[in-house]
Ligand binder design. Structure first.
Ligand SMILES: [Mn+2]
Length: 386
């Protein structure tokens, strides 16, 4: 028995931090990766793809969003795709799965909406169906009692958080018993919910519980060994240990970065670091946290080279620079005005921007920076005209 395990496609995810063009690309790539999964399965001789929940990001996708992944799967008629609902898209009355059932799906797409065993190749699939976002109790508890023919390879398919010893967290829902694979006599438990891949179980029983992670990363923190992968699983018998290989299918990489800036040199180093994160920056999204203090001249360089140039080189740059403080130098203030009322105003704004008790501190800093940029621009024009 040879199959592909994937989960958490999160079709229709909104990506609120990104601009419209980027959002469209990220949405589209979540569909494109279905094609890569299909081609990988075919190339590796797998006949089935198990999708462990959260196909959709929301419980009420538009009709187009609902149909899009189904149409992608239709394009692989020799592959059997097996889907279960997840916590983002539980099986509720008139929910996405009801709508799909009413509209009909291609014969190679199987919606598992009841906890009933079903033959899949040489194995038997034992699915778990979430009917609400947060299940009370262990959603996989019923698996143990689902009967399958004697000697069958039992494949579990479920969505939720594996309960780890000593890590009981009351805020985590859909908790799955750590030893469910053993208790339910599963050769393999295909899990979804965690967007980074991980495997559990060891010793005599080996690793039978696996999270594939999302095939196309959708956040800056995915945990585990990260997302962007699918698992190719080979099982030779009901109690044989699964032979699992990780395959990269994702296109975009997501990274967190942080920097402390005090000078133009720091900005140089940050720009170089961002540009060297990977060869193809157009497939990289960065969440950058910046703190420190910059002169008005250095801030101008920061705006141009980090918020401008580097952000344009990347697929997306999410900047958190609220803690980057202005530190106007004497040279900055001289550049604005040698004396007179503009200089007086600049110095007042500088004092306000430096005062932690000043409510309009942020506005003062912005106004001072704008004053500086305007004066530098005017100085440049005067020079060019002279
Ligand atoms: Mn998910």
């Amino acid at each position: 028995m040879r199959f592909l395990h994937t989960s958490d496609w999160q079709i229709g995810k909104a990506f609120g931090f990104a601009d419209d063009a980027t959002r469209a690309v990220l949405h589209d790539e979540r569909l494109e990766v279905i094609g890569r999964l299909g081609r990988l399965a075919q190339a590796q001789g797998a006949t089935a793809v198990l999708v462990a929940g959260d196909v959709y990001d929301v419980a009420d996708p538009s009709d187009r969003t609902l149909r899009q992944p189904i149409e992608r799967m239709r394009q692989f008629p020799t592959l059997e795709w097996h889907l279960i609902p997840g916590n983002h898209d539980p099986h509720t009355p008139n929910g996405p799965w009801d709508r799909l059932q009413r509209a009909g799906v291609p014969p190679n797409v199987h919606l598992h909406l009841a906890p009933q065993a079903q033959a899949v190749g040489d194995a038997v699939l034992v699915p778990v169906v979430l009917t609400r976002r947060h299940a009370l109790g262990d959603p996989t508890a019923g698996m143990d009692a689902i009967a399958t023919p004697e000697g069958a390879i039992r494949l579990g398919l479920a969505h939720g958080s594996l309960r780890q010893f000593g890590a009981e967290d009351s805020t985590t829902h859909n908790l799955i018993a750590f030893d469910r694979a053993d208790r339910a006599g599963l050769a393999y438990l295909a899990l979804g919910d965690w967007h980074g891949g991980q495997c559990f179980g060891s010793g005599d029983t080996g690793s039978r519980s696996w999270y594939s992670g999302t095939p196309e990363v959708d956040a800056f923190d995915t945990g585990g060994w990260g997302g962007g992968e699918a698992l190719l699983v080979q099982i030779d018998g009901p109690r044989a240990l699964p032979d699992v290989t990780r395959h990269r299918v994702g296109r975009f990489k997501w990274r967190r970065e942080a920097a402390t800036l005090h000078s133009i040199t720091d900005i140089d180093l940050l720009e170089t670091r961002l540009r060297n994160l990977q060869p193809d920056l157009s497939t990289l999204l960065v969440s950058l946290r910046v703190e420190g203090a910059l002169s008005l001249a250095a801030r101008e360089a920061y705006e141009r080279r980090i918020r401008g140039d580097a952000a344009s080189a990347l697929r997306a740059l999410r900047l958190d620079d609220g803690r980057l403080q202005p530190e106007p130098s004497t040279a900055d203030l001289e550049a604005i005005d040698q004396g007179g009322f503009v200089r007086v105003a600049a110095e007042r704004l500088a004092r306000m921007a430096a005062d932690p008790a000043e409510l309009r501190r942020g506005i003062a800093a912005q106004a001072l920076q704008r004053l500086y940029v305007l004066h530098m621009r005017r100085a440049g024009e005067t020079e060019a005209g002279a």
